[in-house]
Design a protein around this ligand. Structure first.
Ligand code: SAM
Length: 253
C-alpha cells in the first residue's frame, strides 16, 4: 500500500528542511513515553513514520533495539545520518515488515494523521507482543501567542484541506484509538509545552518543511519565505517558537 501523495512528494523534497526546521520532543514528554511504553533494557521498539529520526534519536538508550520504519527514501537517508546504528526499514503503518507479536512498543511521532486509522491500528496490534504498547505524540505551534497565530494564517494552515492534508489541530487521538482500534485499552494522555529556539533562517526552514509547502513551485516557496522573514523581523535574530505537546500511550488488550 502506498502513502498519501502530498506526504510522498512533500517529505521527499523537504528532508533537509525538515531536519533543520522541525523541533525535537521535550525531555519530559520523552521520559513519559519511555515510562508508559515500558522502553527499558531488552525492549524492541518500532519508531513508525520515523522521518529524519527526530524522536528516534531521543529513544536510543543502551540495551534497547530501535527499528525505524519510514516510507520516504530521502527521510530514511537522513535518519541513517542522524541515528547511526539504528536499523531502518521501508514500510508503512498499514503494512509493517515484521512478524506477528515481535516488538514491545510502537511509537508514532507527528505522523498518525497520515495513516488510515483502522488498518494501521490493526497492523500495529499485529506486530506487538502481548501487553505491547502504542505511543502517539504531536507538537503543535502554540497559537495563543499572537505572532504564531499570524504565522499560521500566513501559511494558510486552516486551508490545508485544499492541499488534501488530512489533519486538524485539535484531534483527540485517544478518541481515534478508541474508535478505530478495538485491540487497544483506553489511551492515557500527557500534556506539556516547550519553546524551540529560533532564528529567521530556521523559521523559514520550519515553514518550508511542511509537506504541502515543500511541494509548491520554487517561486511560490520563495515568496512565502520572504513573507515569513517579514513577519519575523520584529522578533530579532533570536526568538522562541512556543509549542504545546500532547502524548498518548495505549496498551494492547
Ligand atoms: C511530519 S513527519 C514526522 C517524522 C518524525 N516521526 C518526527 O517526529 O519528526 C511524518 C512522516 O510520516 C511518514 N508517513 C506518511 N504516511 C505514512 C504511512 N502511511 N505509514 C508510515 N509513515 C508514513 C512521512 O513519510 C513522514 O516522514
Amino acid at each position: 500500500m502506498g502513502i498519501n501523495d502530498v506526504a510522498a512528494s512533500g517529505f521527499g523534497a523537504g528532508a533537509d528542511a525538515y531536519e533543520q526546521g522541525r523541533p525535537g520532543y521535550a525531555d519530559d514528554v520523552v521520559a513519559w513515553l519511555v515510562e508508559h511504553l515500558g522502553i527499558e533494557r531488552g525492549a524492541t521498539v518500532i519508531d513508525l513514520a520515523a522521518g529524519t529520526g527526530k524522536l528516534t534519536r531521543m529513544l536510543m538508550r543502551p540495551g534497547v533495539e530501535i527499528l525505524a520504519v519510514e516510507p520516504v527514501e530521502a527521510m530514511r537517508a537522513k535518519l541513517a545520518q542522524t541515528c547511526p546504528g539504528v536499523r531502518t526499514f521501508d514500510g508503512t503503518a498499514e503494512r509493517l515488515p515484521f512478524e506477528d507479536a515481535s516488538v514491545d512498543a510502537v511509537t508514532v511521532a507527528q505522523a498518525f494523521h497520515w495513516f488510515d486509522p483502522g488498518p494501521a491500528l490493526a497492523e500495529i496490534a499485529r506486530v506487538l507482543k502481548p501487553d505491547g504498547r502504542l505511543g502517539i505524540v504531536f507538537n503543535e505551534r502554540d497559537t495563543r501567542e499572537p505572532w504564531v497565530a499570524d504565522l499560521s494564517r500566513l501559511i494558510r494552515w486552516d486551508e490545508r484541506e485544499r492541499w488534501r492534508v488530512p489533519y486538524t489541530v485539535e484531534v483527540d487521538w485517544a478518541a481515534t484509538v478508541a474508535e478505530h482500534g478495538p485491540q487497544f485499552e483506553a489511551a492515557e494522555r500527557y500534556d506539556s509545552a516547550f519553546h524551540q529556539a529560533m532564528d529567521p533562517d530556521t523559521l523559514v526552514a520550519r515553514v518550508l518543511s511542511t509537506s504541502y509547502i515543500a511541494m509548491l513551485p520554487a517561486a511560490d516557496r520563495e515568496e512565502l519565505a520572504a513573507k515569513v522573514r517579514e513577519l519575523a523581523a520584529p522578533l530579532g535574530d533570536r526568538f522562541d517558537l512556543p509549542y504545546v505537546t500532547v502524548a498518548y500511550a495505549a496498551r494492547l488488550r
